[in-house]
Ligand binder design. Structure first.
Ligand code: 0X9
Ligand code: ZN
Length: 308
């Protein structure tokens, strides 16, 4: 049974999405759309909460890395606060923007991470690799954004295996095509991961001299990231790093966020690395994570409005 205050199986999350649609606020439309499917035949399901008019989109995705269970759990709470329309910030944000949520970007990997204790820490998708007994590609290294340049492996047994070509994976193709189709309407994209307590912005790659590449929009992106991270820190007096992925966590190319910025024209693309501890925090971390991230989202959107 779906429980917003606990970690949920893929099946329960799909049922939970149906419940959310049934609770759509009055005057709004809540629509499910499958942007693609996986090698094992599971849907990559998008929930759109919209109102009529020419409105910008606020996008949240999670669980491209299967084992990072706090990410979809936090994302479901963001979806809940928007659909419930009980919070004054949620009301004013939904007066202006449409909200799009993909809770599970990597369904096959997520299901595998629930199978048993041996598979709990699975990260990649579950597509077979020709000529190898090792399964899966790291979808956050597979995007057509400086693919294979940094922090990735050509060994199918590696947990950062980048795939046979840019966007070789069905999940990547689905996300890329969809993001390009809506990119000009997206105010911000937040691709949620765990666990390093950081707000990352583009880019992840380095240049020929091994220097981290800094985007043209860095100043704006950095002030939005600072607003995000400061609001998180102020929630529970914690400390969060912020900055480009390459400088702040490590060089890594071919990620969702970098594709969103570089190829889909989304200026404000963030990767929060949520609180820990580790990949198995207690369920009590879900509400804490939500509270701090929600404060961050409200603050960063206010900052983006100021910058644009
Ligand atoms: O390595 C990753 O994919 C992310 N860290 S995680 O521990 N969740 O695996 C960081 C992604 C950095 N983002 C970009 N390179 N754009
Ligand atoms: Zn991750």
């Amino acid at each position: 049974v779906f429980n917003i205050n606990d970690f949920n199986t893929f099946e329960d999350i799909l049922a939970g999405l149906d419940d959310f649609v049934a609770r759509c606020p009055s005057g709004a439309s809540c629509t499910l759309e499958d942007i693609g499917d996986t090698v094992e035949g599971r849907p990559i399901r998008l929930l759109k909460i919209t109102k009529p008019g020419d409105r910008k989109i606020v996008w949240f995705d999670s669980a491209i890395h299967a084992r990072e269970w706090l990410a979809p759990a936090t994302n479901l709470k963001l979806l809940d606060v928007i659909i419930s329309q009980q919070d004054s910030n949620a009301v004013s944000l939904f007066n202006k923007y449409d909200f799009y949520f993909v809770i599970i970007m990597n369904p096959d990997g997520y299901v595998y991470s629930w199978q048993d204790s041996d598979t709990r820490l699975w990260r990649k998708n579950r597509s077979p690799n020709v000529g190898s007994s090792c399964v899966g590609t790291d979808l956050n290294r597979n995007y057509d954004a400086n693919w294979l340049s940094d922090g990735t492996s050509t060994n199918p047994c590696s947990f950062t295996y980048g795939g046979t070509s840019a966007a070789s994976e069905k999940e990547t193709q689905a996300a890329q095509n969809y993001l390009r189709s809506i990119g000009s309407r997206v105010l911000s994209l937040t691709s949620i991961h765990t666990t390093a307590e950081m707000i990352l912005i583009p880019y992840g790659h380095t240049d020929d001299n091994g220097e981290c590449v800094i985007p043209a929009d860095h100043q704006k992106q950095m002030s939005a990231a600072n607003a995000f991270a400061d609001a998180i820190e102020n929630t529970f007096s914690t400390s969060w790093k912020r900055g480009t992925a390459c400088l702040t966590i490590y060089p890594a190319s071919g990620a969702t966020m970098d594709y969103a910025y570089d190829k889909a024209g989304i200026t404000y693309a963030f990767t929060p690395e949520l609180r820990g501890p580790g990949f198995d925090p207690p369920a009590s971390a879900i509400q804490l994570s939500f509270q701090e991230v929600w404060n961050g989202v409200v603050a960063t959107i206010a900052k983006i409005e100021e910058l644009e």
